[in-house]
Design a protein around this ligand. Sequence first.
Ligand SMILES: [Zn+2]
Length: 285
Amino acid sequence: MCSVPELPEVEIAARRLARALTGARVESALAPGMVTLKTFDPPLDALAGTTVRGVRRRGKLFVVELGELALVVHLMSAGRLQVWDKRASLRDRASRLLVRLDDGRELRLREFGTQQRAWAKLIASGAVEADEVVATLGPEAWPAPALDALASLLDQPRHLHPLLRDQRTIAGIGRSWVDEILWSARLSPFKKGSELTDDELLRLREAMHGRLDAALDHYEQVIGDKLPDKLPMPLEVHRRSGEPCPRCGTRIEAIHFKDYVLCYCPEEQTGGRVLKDRRLSRLLK
Ligand SMILES: [Zn+2]
């Protein structure tokens, strides 16, 4: 099971890419992934001769600024955006989008597996905020919104687990970090956003900001100039079912959904109750 890179993973990658690429000039660009590039105007050829102005993040998206243009990239679950010293072999089946620099290096969007789900859009720099995906994003989860702003964002009768992963509500959190944030805040994944007390909201905000901030600090320490294929995520409960809770020692439990797994500490998050695992109960029938 691959996981989509979330806010800290995309942020550290954007910082490293910015450091490596800012000021570099583009020689040419091509898209071996037939369906990766979702836009056709301006054409990819318009990148030739542009200079990289920077690389930033919005939610889980990369925004590579090149001259007057911006390349917006979503890695989905199996994509990688990395700088290579040499050009890719055209036979490399993982290549989806190649931006060749005139110093011989290459910004390469690759994707593992046969599915082509990672996507990119080439649009005018000034049009990024109005892009149909970007425009729907809520405020960034890190730095966390002010308490009253967060309160009104989360004032919805929906369970916290899906609510915090809903990019339209708040941007950057996915299936890994949501487990960590709720565990740090000692909140049930099934608590409703609209039912949070002031104290719970305070804990949630602190956990959200604190965990994402600590993850970024961790990545700053361990990630060098070359971005690894897999980042060493500092997770404590996600995908750790069966292990003792690092805080209280209770066995971490999991609920398996069709394409993800939710992990929590029953003692500290659900009032001691072990919630029904749909997969398990199906197996036991
Ligand atoms: Zn615990």
